[in-house]
Design a protein around this ligand. Structure first.
Ligand code: ARG
Length: 281
């Protein structure tokens, strides 16, 4: 008798080597609150934050990825969340425009970096978008979050600039204020994602179910542990170790989950993906 298809072990996946942009948390602290995770009364252990960030950085290097570094600025404590500073697809750079003035100056730091590193197609945005915080890239679409930070007009701007269809998704739970806190691309070639439905409006949930019927559906506890704030190279999925419920479902699909402790960075409302901007050639 043929074994049930579900019992066959998943084939291991192929990783693709990536180029990432990160910013060390040299000046990381929580002095203001612009998302529900941030409590300025809670002290940050800076040396622990640095060690957690370095662990992530070193993992990428050990997996064969290239990591570029942004110079941290003392007056910009959230700069460690480098994913928010731009979106790069096909070597084209869409700059960010932050929703809160506390982070406004980060956008220019990113643009400067791109200008100095040979990127020539750079678009300075007219509308609020927080980079990869709200834009997720698959081969077919640019998935785009809105509701708390990036605006719908920014979605149109991104579609025009990248020439890729943008799927606007409405975020409705303030704990999941950026798309990358609620959805993660696992394989950008085969359009496989994981997400937490509770973060989205009913209509957006229906859109996701229609476009990604085979998506890995995360439970609330794993979303709350920032398990969707993950980075995948197509095979290895780096994610907070506390998101225990995601490990087996990832393995069952042939991915290799790698759990990391990002507890200090969580005090700023970010984890693995927030610290990582992907520079797509
Ligand atoms: N404190 C930052 C903010 O609220 C955290 C950003 C997290 N980044 C992310 N890509 N979700 O803006």
């Amino acid at each position: 008798m043929r074994p049930d298809a579900r019992e066959e072990p998943a084939l291991p996946r192929d990783a693709r080597s990536r180029r990432y942009l990160m910013c060390p948390p040299t000046h990381f602290e929580v002095t203001y609150s612009i998302n529900p995770w941030m409590d300025p009364g809670k002290p940050v252990d800076l040396s622990l934050a640095l060690a957690q960030w370095e662990d992530l950085h070193d993992r990428y290097r050990a997996l064969g990825h290239t990591v570029e570094l942004l110079e941290p600025r003392e007056d910009l404590p959230d700069m460690v969340f480098a994913a928010n500073g731009a979106t790069v697809v096909d070597g084209r750079v869409l700059g960010a425009r932050f929703a809160y003035r506390e982070r406004t100056a980060e956008a220019e730091e990113h643009l400067e970096w791109f200008r100095a590193h040979g990127f020539t197609e750079i678009h300075e945005p007219s509308h609020v978008n927080e980079g990869e915080g709200d834009f997720a890239v698959t081969s077919a679409y640019l998935l785009a979050g809105r509701g708390f930070r990036s605006s719908s007009l920014a979605h149109d701007e991104a579609q025009e600039f990248f020439g890729r269809p943008v799927i606007g998704l409405d975020l409705v739970d303030p704990r999941y204020y950026h798309l990358d806190t609620a959805l993660s691309v696992l394989d950008d070639e085969t359009n496989e994602i994981m997400y937490y439905p509770g973060a989205f409006s009913p209509g957006s949930r229906a859109v996701l179910a229609r476009l990604f019927p085979d998506a890995l559906i995360a439970r609330e506890a794993d979303a709350a542990a920032f398990g969707l704030n993950a980075v995948s190279d197509g095979r290895h999925v780096l994610l907070p170790q506390a998101a225990l419920g995601l490990f087996e479902p990832l393995r069952a699909r042939g991915f290799e989950p790698i759990g990391l402790d990002t507890g200090e960075l969580l005090k700023g409302g970010g984890s693995v993906k927030c610290c990582t901007q992907e520079l797509r050639p």
